[in-house]
Ligand binder design. Structure first.
Ligand code: DP6
Length: 394
């Protein structure tokens, strides 16, 4: 029966890790940031969310989301804002062309899975909301560009707006009060600088203590250092970073990446009461990167930390030995190394004994990945043709 038809569309979406951080909202309802930010999209071969959006007149009333096999609440303001915006755009298409099926009136069933363990301790909200918005936009056949969709994903989670693109991506803070110019754009394709690699040292798989959403609001409200960051530090970092990417200048990329992470965590320490995302293991990772750069005689590695203790270390493929060789020599026992990438690598940096001890005891796994592409539509469905949720085969 036509009324029981299940409409569906699937997409994957990537994780992104910022090198100039988003931290602070000027409008919490519209999720508008106090500063622009810039990130590297990571390869979906290693980290991705797969999401199927489906709708049918036969579904029970109300939209639903199944996340990694568990029902997830979609009544919150953020998913509701995404549903509302996407439905409105579909309804406009249906109004213009009455022959289109009235998908905008049907309940949505969204099923989503990450290919990385939740225990990896990685923020999945960016990939999650990007996939959520992209999948529904595909289902509704919206003629919207990734930048337009980034306006919607931003309202799900700020950092998600950058996961609608591959490569090197900026989120322009914008000026309009209604948020219409606060969106993401691609600074460079992944193929512009394909040698970019990321080694993630997972220092804790625990759920973060203070969420980014609440942490950044506390910083905005109480830190005086934060004002300096948004008015002077970040605008300068954005400018140098865009130039560094355009010129494939890793030394400049590395310095801004490390300085911006330090600046962001300094504003956290200046929040009252202070917020600490980095721990002793994170600081040992910083010392290790410094020792690696000292041994190489130039910047071959750059660390950055989000709202948690995990270190993300950017480096170029040609410097794999200088970077990975040294970290592998200390952490060869932990899971996650790609045999083909670490085979035969030698170590030359001298790490402090305390640094070695902290890393050995505190790093539970590593993830080796690289710059990658944006969301990709796929024929792999997490909702069967009859509307039943199914598990991913990968
Ligand atoms: C430290 O995007 O998680 O990772 O907009 O409240 O959902 P909400 O915050 P979220 O914050 C990410 C903060 C960060 C820096 C970054 O990704 O730019």
């Amino acid at each position: 029966m036509a009324s029981e038809k299940v409409y569906r569309a699937s997409t994957t979406a990537p994780v992104n890790i910022a090198v100039v951080k988003y931290w602070g909202k000027r409008d919490t309802k519209l999720n508008l940031p106090t500063n622009s930010s810039l990130s590297v999209t990571l390869s979906q071969a290693d980290l991705r969310t797969l999401t199927t959006a489906s709708c049918s007149a036969s579904y029970p009333e109300g939209d639903s989301l199944l996340l990694n096999g568990e029902p997830s609440d979609v009544s919150g303001a953020r998913p509701q804002a995404c549903f509302r915006e996407l439905r409105a755009r579909r309804a406009a298409l249906e109004a213009a062309d009455p022959s289109l099926p009235k998908l905008s009136t049907m309940p949505l069933r969204i099923v989503s899975e990450n290919n990385f363990p939740t225990a990896a301790g990685l923020a999945s909200s960016a990939a999650g909301f990007a996939a959520f918005v992209r999948a529904i936009a595909n289902l509704y056949e919206l003629p919207a560009s990734p930048s337009e969709l980034s306006l919607i994903a931003r309202q799900g989670s700020g950092s998600a707006c950058r996961s609608l693109f591959g490569g090197y991506v900026a989120w322009r803070m914008g000026e309009a009060a209604d948020g219409s110019d606060s969106m993401a754009d691609q600074v460079a394709e992944a193929s512009h600088w394909p040698e970019m690699r990321a080694l993630i040292l997972v220092a804790s798989a625990a759920k973060k203590g203070v969420s980014s959403t609440s942490g950044m609001q506390q910083t905005v409200a109480t830190s005086s250092l934060f004002k300096e960051r948004i008015t002077s530090v970040v605008p300068k970092n954005m400018e140098i970073m865009e130039k560094a990417i355009a010129e494939r200048d890793f030394a400049a990329f590395a310095e801004v990446t490390m300085r911006d992470s330090n600046s962001f965590h300094a504003t956290c320490a200046d929040t009252y009461p202070p917020i600490f995302y980095m721990n002793d293991v994170s600081r040992a990772a910083i010392r290790a990167v410094e020792a690696i750069n000292a041994a190489a005689g130039r910047s071959v590695a750059a660390y950055t930390f989000d709202a948690g203790p995990n270190a993300v270390i950017y480096y170029l493929e040609q410097d794999t030995e200088a970077v990975v060789g040294n970290l592998y020599s200390v952490l060869s026992k932990v899971d996650g190394w790609k045999a083909s990438a670490v085979e035969g690598l030698k170590a030359n940096a001298s790490f402090d004994e305390s640094v070695v001890g902290l890393l050995k005891n505190g790093v539970s796994r590593v993830i080796m990945t690289s710059v990658g592409e944006g969301p990709v539509a796929t024929q792999e469905y997490l909702v069967a043709e009859d509307g039943t949720p199914v598990k991913s085969s990968s």
